[in-house]
Design a protein around this ligand. Structure first.
Ligand code: FES
Length: 76
């Protein structure tokens, strides 16, 4: 089962560096990451935020996201 990254489409697009990292990770792990884009994840004040599988993270820097995803992939 792919690792799910759930994010807000609007907030992600307002943070190009964050969105670029999401796309970079998806390209790095083809078929192993599923990007789920919501219209709003009720976390507007926490942007950029992301759910990695079932765990929620607020104010995520691109490098933090990268580290979290790499760590999850190493666990697999
Ligand atoms: S509009 Fe992005 S979390 Fe609400």
């Amino acid at each position: 089962m792919p690792l799910q990254l759930t994010l807000c489409r609007l907030c992600a697009r307002s943070r190009p560096d964050f969105l670029q990292m999401v796309n970079q990770l998806a390209a790095e792990y083809p078929g192993k990451i599923e990007i789920i884009e919501l219209d709003c994840m009720a976390a507007c004040d926490d942007a950029p935020s992301v759910m990695v599988a079932t765990k929620y993270y607020a104010h995520v820097a691109p490098q933090q996201l990268s580290a979290m995803v790499h760590e999850k992939m190493e666990e697999e």
